[in-house]
Design a protein around this ligand. Structure first.
Ligand code: C2E
Ligand code: CA
Ligand code: CA
Ligand code: CA
Length: 270
């Protein structure tokens, strides 16, 4: 079950309600889960709005723990970022998603991988990515890294260097949850980006909410003016899809088409 659901509390931080003890317990459980290979990756299709074709998938982590049941990443990822265990988890995600992408390379789809700020700050992050690509014999062109705005704000010089190295390698770069973080548009012209992802919170009430319609349209126009692609996440209704097509959005991702599903199920859609 999705505890994040449709609450729409954009600024709610699950970890703030957790005691130090429960965070430590969760940290321990996550380290154990890594060791015991309890994490899985699911894949959510990304669909071209013009052709209807599946052009990619976002890798999303899933965790079923015997004692805790299904634990939502919205719950454990923030704690993993706090305790630092996001680094081994994130590196596992990267390696696993790249291995999966390598099995799908004849299908011509791009696998989008979430990258946490702490993970990105590893001094050898670029080497980790390039080593995983080499080990899987995968062309970097099949991989897109989803970055948060915070990655670009913290130590912008270091971020710029890494992003340039990744872009030179041939990896695609997108900004996740665009517009929800520190809204500095400055980085859009400085960093070698390929795509913006419109956050679900702006899509949710479109096309009824005039402000959300204006924000979505502005992000789409901004993307195209900067030669970036644009994808909307959290698309649940035909009305949202029709609005996005009308507004010129390139791609969509959301329950309307499919939730995140296991790799073998995703493969059947290709
Ligand atoms: P996100 O990167 O914004 O991912 C999109 C979230 O929206 C996913 O939740 C996805 O299942 C959900 N979603 C997709 N379509 C719809 C829809 O139509 N309606 C609704 N209501 N929700 C939809 P999920 O999988 O629970 O992940 C939550 C967050 O946890 C992600 O948000 C991301 O920030 C983080 N996360 C998940 N997997 C990873 C990972 O491998 N690494 C890192 N660093 N973070 C991850
Ligand atoms: Ca994402
Ligand atoms: Ca997102
Ligand atoms: Ca989001």
């Amino acid at each position: 079950a999705k505890e994040r659901g449709r609450s729409g509390f954009r600024f709610y931080q699950p970890q703030m309600n957790m005691s130090l003890l429960s965070r430590m317990k969760l940290d321990h459980a996550m380290r154990l889960a890594l060791e015991q290979q309890q994490f899985k990756l699911y894949y959510q299709p990304q669909v071209d709005l013009k052709t209807g074709a599946i052009v990619g998938a976002e890798a999303l982590i899933r965790w079923h723990d015997e004692a805790l049941g299904n634990v939502s990443p919205a719950h454990f990822i923030p704690v993993a970022e706090e305790t630092g265990v996001i680094i081994p988890i994130g590196n596992w995600v990267l390696k696993t998603a790249i291995e999966q992408a390598s099995q799908w390379k004849s299908k011509n789809i791009i696998i989008a991988i979430n990258v946490s700020a702490l993970q990105f700050q590893q001094s050898n992050f670029v080497e980790i990515v390039s080593a995983a690509l080499q080990a899987a014999e995968l062309s970097p062109a099949f991989v897109e890294l989803e970055l948060t705005e915070s990655i670009l704000i913290n130590d912008a010089e270091d971020a710029l260097q890494k992003l340039q190295a990744l872009a030179t390698l041939g990896v695609k770069l997108s900004i996740d949850d665009f517009g929800t973080g520190y809204s500095s548009l400055n980085y859009l012209k400085r960093f070698p980006l390929n795509k913006l992802k419109i956050d679900r919170s702006f899509v949710q009430e479109a096309p009824d909410n005039d402000s959300d319609v204006a924000i979505c349209s502005a992000i789409i126009n901004l993307s195209h003016a900067l030669n970036l692609k644009v994808i909307a996440e959290g698309v649940e209704t035909e009305e949202q899809k029709a609005f996005l097509i009308d507004a010129g959005c390139d791609e969509m991702q959301g329950y309307l088409f499919s939730p995140a599903i296991p790799a073998d199920e995703f493969e059947k859609l290709l």
